[in-house]
Design a protein around this ligand. Sequence first.
Ligand SMILES: C[S@@+](CC[C@H](N)C(=O)[O-])C[C@H]1O[C@@H](n2cnc3c(N)ncnc32)[C@H](O)[C@@H]1O
Length: 227
Amino acid sequence: MKLPLSNRLKACCQYVRPGDRVADIGCDHGYLGIHLLQSGIASKVIASDVKEGPLHSAVVNAHKFGVEDRISFYLSDGARNIPRDFDCMVCAGMGADTMISILEAAPWLRDSKYRLILQCQSKRPELRKYLAQAGFSISRETLAQDGKFLYPVMEVSYGPDTVPAPWEYYISPQLLADHSPLFPAFLARVIGGLDESLKGLQREGGEKYEAVNEILRHLRELEGVNP
Ligand SMILES: C[S@@+](CC[C@H](N)C(=O)[O-])C[C@H]1O[C@@H](n2cnc3c(N)ncnc32)[C@H](O)[C@@H]1O
């Protein structure tokens, strides 16, 4: 039976290195870890979820796809109750608030030996800002498309970076450097969202309006730059 792996999760897998020991936090169905083991990319996988139901489905799927000998399961809020002997942690399909609380609760992840692969569903500028302030840097960022949705996926590790400009929390230099064919459509959506925010702020004006306007001005300069 073929594993139903979304393009979003395939993009996460691209940042896993051969032989990596991978921790999949919020594994749900467990497909990401199962794919990494089936394809021989990961050497072992820690699959964890905060809820029993999803974790159980990961256990069932691991047996169904014959990888149960190389995957271990943990009921855990974030990285609290998982072993720390892994190379790469994947957090996919969660919003920024959840990811930030997971990272905040695990200060031991602030160590350059860990790579984090983050696929955030909402409030991505807030996540990028948090990462920069916490001392993490984005090494690579790319885009994936499933249906009409576009998803940024980033590879992050602990280590110094230059302080990003406010518009770089919306479009990171790493995403710009990725030259994805999906980039123009993604940029248009980011600009469209900010345009809407600006309309809401127009009446009151002030500092917030000016700040959003300035971000938009910089993002519009990227239109046509990265086809
Ligand atoms: C939308 S699913 C995403 C599943 C999979 N990672 C993917 O991207 O397809 C989110 C999963 O994260 C789990 N989750 C939410 N908050 C969590 C937390 N604090 N710690 C661990 N898992 C969490 C949920 O129970 C759910 O199974």
